[in-house]
Design a protein around this ligand. Structure first.
Ligand SMILES: *[C@@H]1O[C@H](CO)[C@@H](O)[C@H](O)[C@H]1NC(C)=O
Length: 411
């Protein structure tokens, strides 16, 4: 909504800027379509941004009119309403199979040798090829082999983005004949085999392609992550994530617990000890306080396996279950370098905690395997324990802090 006393702008465009990693310089990320003659433009074009959980990603939206609004700098000139949603299935892959029916006959002798070419559409209206099927020889009713493709490759995770599919007749000399084309979207395709996924191929009156199958849970991305500076990686993750989440806490007093260490004086192994050494009052002032307690504890405790998550989750769950009136929400931030030694108990603790006002953020650092964390995350398969399912997804994990303490530490 643009406030303007003098005139209705001839055209309006909204330009999105993001900040560069190092020098924080603003860079144009993209712009919306141009909308004519209105003070209330409703832009359709969407922007897809990579989301880095542990980073503050500033965005700037500039509205451009055909001439600047006159008037006093700093005066309110209207409101920009930004709607954002998470494209949470970007790690998903989809299995598809197509078959054709009565395709056009292009070869003089015999039938056609059809194959399909898939294109993803880009923000600027261009198309990028993303998949080709094999050639099925000498038929007008081909059944192509099922194939698997990441949703990101197909449509950049944007379910409504156009996917263009061209049908060709293969020729030995490479001069493949164009049979026709049709468009769809991942949202359409994901409806599976049904009347919604029968497409007329334009160029030929009665040629129909249909989708036979779809749907396949994701292949989790590999989360290997190497660092020769593991302790620094912890501090880095703590600082990066902590500074973001501390904004949500009004008093900024954080209880900080360590787990997986032998404690002085007797060397007993603990999976929930106060980082500041004070079990009666484990609260630290701000993320800086947590960092300091962490460094102090490194000097006194001896790090020791196994890595048990369950005790610390139950610890927070005890607090969360004592607040029934909805006035408080608990976020447990777990920073870990290792495999989870008590997976079964951890899953049960998460299922137990899923009805409480709490969330768990797991940040993985170092060279360990993180498959277990992907499982706990529950984005792909809702977590369960002994037949009971979590009431909601309370775990978020992230395993690739991008900011590095020493520049290029991460090969
Ligand atoms: C989960 O809750 C049940 C019932 O309160 C309890 O018996 C069990 O010990 C809890 N599981 C874990 C791993 O803490």
């Amino acid at each position: 909504m643009i406030k303007n006393d003098c005139y209705v702008p001839l055209f309006t465009v909204c330009v999105l800027y993001t900040q560069a990693m190092g020098n924080k310089e603003w860079r144009e990320f993209g712009r919306t379509e141009v909308i004519d003659n209105t003070l209330n433009p409703d832009f359709v074009r969407k922007f897809i941004l990579d989301y880095f959980f542990e980073e503050r990603q500033n965005l700037r939206f500039d509205l451009r009119l055909e001439k600047p609004l006159g008037g006093i700098p700093g005066k309110k000139c209207g409101t920009v309403i930004v709607k954002a949603e998470e494209l949470n299935n970007c790690r998903e892959s989809v299995m598809m199979q197509f078959c054709g029916n009565k395709l056009d006959k292009k070869d003089f002798f015999g039938k056609s040798d059809p194959f399909l070419v898939f294109y993803r559409s880009n923000e600027d209206g261009t198309f990028t090829i993303c998949h080709k099927t094999e050639v099925v020889k000498n038929t007008l009713n081909p059944v192509w082999q099922a194939f698997k493709i990441p949703v990101r490759a197909l449509c950049n995770g944007d379910y409504d983005r156009t996917i263009k599919i061209e049908v060709y007749d293969w020729d030995r000399d490479g001069s493949h004949d164009f049979i026709g084309e049709f468009s769809t979207s991942y949202r359409e395709l994901s409806r599976g085999q049904s009347q919604f996924n029968v497409y007329e191929v334009s160029c030929w009156e009665s040629c129909v392609l249909s989708l036979c199958t779809t749907g396949n849970p994701a292949q989790p991305t590999s989360l290997h992550y190497m660092s020769p500076y593991q302790l620094n990686a912890y501090a880095m993750a703590l600082k990066a994530v902590g500074e973001i989440i501390q904004d949500y806490d009004s008093d900024k007093m954080f209880p900080a617990l360590g787990f997986g260490a032998k404690l002085p004086p007797d060397g007993r192994v603990s999976h929930e000890f106060a980082l500041n050494g004070n079990p009666q009052n484990p609260y630290c002032a701000g993320i800086d306080g947590v960092m300091e307690a962490y460094y102090q504890s490194l000097k006194s405790v001896q790090l020791y396996g196994p890595t048990n998550f369950s005790p610390v989750i139950n610890h927070v769950a005890r607090y969360a279950s004592s607040v029934k009136d909805g006035s408080q929400y608990f976020v447990l931030l777990i920073i870990t370098d290792g495999v989870i030694s008590d997976m079964a108990q951890t899953k049960e603790s998460i299922v137990n905690a899923s009805c409480l006002p709490m969330s768990i953020i797991i940040v993985g650092v170092g060279p360990a395997e993180f498959d277990a964390m992907v499982e706990l995350d529950g984005d792909e398969v809702r977590i369960s324990s002994r037949g009971r399912y979590a009431e909601r997804d309370i775990v978020q994990h992230c395993c690739r802090p991008r900011t590095s303490v020493h520049g290029n530490d991460f090969p």
